[in-house]
Design a protein around this ligand. Structure first.
Ligand SMILES: Cc1cc2nc3c(=O)[nH]c(=O)nc-3n(C[C@H](O)[C@H](O)[C@H](O)COP(=O)(O)O)c2cc1C
Length: 407
């Protein structure tokens, strides 16, 4: 049995990726901003909720199928936009997009990808491809990215709004993470002791594929790229203008406050992605799952609500569903699979989450994922602060979430 097949959980894939990648690259994926409190909370706060199973239900025939932003999907999962996937495995963006297509789920290409918008579209013409946009200082460049994505058949535009500037990520500063990697004694040793990854890297042309000609010269940190090209003055007027320009669905990624979710709906966005960028931007913000119920209520079924950040288990996806999300995005979970084994590794990530979700759905006493509603989640005791809270149905609380669909 291969190492991939033996990986039983997303954490197992993380350990495989840790072995396969030099520290500088592993840390770029694994790390987050500041004290990495939000990174930890994103996972731990799923434990604030418990799943309440029902028994005596015929669960012999089950379905995980759903619709995500107006399109059929076989699973309530989306591969999140992640910069530099092609640095983790040769052709990383194409590998991930192919795995997503085969699994019948959307793949979202990042603005900061290694492979360009056109290269990914040419390699994976089918599938539900989304494009993630950062708003550039040069609005001509922003519009050019939009036009290229539309011409290349990307269906959904995902505008990321939580990165006016780059979060401070200590691991990347300490490791001097740059593109291309800057040769320093520590980095050379680190890289040389991972020959399989290095051979792949030498076969790849790692650069910011969508910015060839406009990116800063020489060794570029992500913070430098962001500082040079991205617009910290971008605001809701710009998002509204982009909404007008893009003919297909628009989702806004990086919302934690219900008023921002309302604003996104008011300007005509089709979806709100509750996200803190996997803890990579402002540290010490609420976990996405903590922010989800109030956002689901604010949106009130007028747009789709998607949960992103911290998803590592099928049970996390069920909790998100019970709190009002239609689907979940995964970032690191699929990058660890990618780094461990390319397309087969991403497929392993999706298989693990599909099996866990299917197993949990049956044990919850539900036949169809879309039918999971607020009755399925109750608040846990607050373990982290040692304050026992009475278990109660979220429905009984003031400000309870109203679900977009599926009750
Ligand atoms: C290595 C890496 C690169 C990322 N690059 C981007 C990006 O270019 N655009 C974006 O909107 N989010 C980016 N993200 C954030 C992801 O889209 C997603 O919000 C985050 O990974 C979710 O948290 P999770 O990793 O716990 O699933 C990146 C995340 C990682 C780990």
């Amino acid at each position: 049995m291969s190492k991939l097949a033996r990986a039983a959980s997303i954490e197992d894939l993380r350990q495989l990726a840790r072995k396969r990648l030099p520290r500088v690259v592993f840390d770029f994926i694994d790390g987050a901003a500041g004290n990495e409190r939000t990174l930890r909370e994103n996972q731990q706060c799923f434990a604030d909720w418990q799943l309440m199973p029902r028994v005596g239900v015929d669960v012999s025939d089950r379905s995980l199928a759903t619709r995500i932003v107006g399109h059929d999907a076989k699973l309530p999962l989306i591969l999140a936009p992640t910069g530099l996937a092609g640095m983790f495995y040769p052709g990383g963006e194409m590998a991930a997009a192919s795995a997503a297509e085969a699994a019948g789920i959307p793949y979202c290409l990042s603005t900061n990808s290694v492979a360009s918008i056109e290269e990914v579209a040419a390699a994976v013409p089918g599938g539900d491809r989304w494009f993630q946009l950062y708003i550039m200082k040069d609005r001509g460049l922003t519009d050019a990215l939009l036009e290229r994505a539309a011409r290349s058949g990307y269906r959904v535009l995902c505008v990321t709004v939580d990165l006016p500037i780059q979060g401070k990520r200590d691991r990347d500063v300490r490791n001097s993470f740059t593109v291309p990697l800057r040769p320093r004694p520590g980095t050379i040793l680190d890289v040389a002791s991972h020959p399989r990854w290095l051979i792949g890297l030498l076969r790849s042309n790692v650069r910011f594929g969508n910015f060839v000609g406009s990116e800063p010269e020489g060794f570029t940190s992500i913070a430098k790229l962001v500082g040079t090209l991205f617009d910290p003055s971008a605001n809701w007027d710009d998002i509204a203008r982009i909404r007008e320009k893009w003919k297909g669905p628009v989702v806004v990624k990086g919302v934690l406050h219900p008023d921002d979710a309302r604003r996104a709906v008011e300007i005509g966005c089709d979806g709100v992605i509750v996200s803190n960028h996997g803890g990579r931007q402002l540290d010490q913000v609420p976990a996405s799952v903590t922010a989800l119920p109030a956002i689901a209520e604010a949106v009130g079924g007028r747009a789709e609500v998607i949960l992103d950040s911290g998803v590592r288990r099928g049970t996390d996806i069920l909790v998100a569903r019970a709190l009002g999300a239609s689907a979940c995005m995964i970032g690191r979970a699929f990058l660890w699979g990618l780094a461990s084994g390319g397309q087969a590794g991403v497929t392993r990530t999706i298989d693990i989450l599909r099996d866990e979700l299917d197993n949990a759905l049956a044990l919850l006493g539900q036949r169809r994922f879309v039918d999971v509603g607020h009755q399925s989640a109750i608040r846990s005791h607050d373990h982290r602060h040692g304050v026992p809270r009475q278990a109660e149905n979220v429905n009984a609380e003031p400000g309870r979430p109203r679900l977009a669909s599926g009750g």
